[in-house]
Design a protein around this ligand. Sequence first.
Ligand code: PNS
Length: 163
Amino acid sequence: MKIAICPGSFDPITLGHLDIIRRAALLFDRLIVAVLVNPGKNPSFTAEERLDMIRRVVRDIPNVEAECFDGLLADYARLKGAHTIVKGLRAVTDFEYEFQMALINRKLNPDTDTVFLTTSSQYMYLSSSMVKSIACFGGDIADYVPECICGEISERLSKRKDN
Ligand code: PNS
């Protein structure tokens, strides 16, 4: 069975992430969306909230599941018996960082390769940070996040602004 991991902060998951997940799900028997518990970026949503949103969003994709992980991705991949890490690439600016991460992960776990999927063009500019900025100022994020979590994200982040 070909198992792959799609790791990230997913703070929150966007339509860009979902596009990569759906396309990766066609390439592997089992795809584990792995949510980093403490991305060191002071996440806006707790790991449980991020995980819950992802699970709702991927509910219709039978070979996709979601979990939280902490520590090294290379160790987590080993634990899960996954030989592939899937990452999305939006632009050349993503490449240097992702290239470095791929090399480090392969050094830490030589049984694992990183595979990059090019973003769909409509999501080139999309990021979780951008979604959060728009939502914080009360903007409409419907074009950027899955419909079933759109209201929850807007409500949470616009409330945060009032606090
Ligand atoms: O969505 P992001 O923030 O770009 O995801 C980054 C992520 C979670 C893939 C990356 O930070 C990661 O794998 N972190 C786990 C720690 C690790 O293994 N680091 C590499 C060796 S320094």
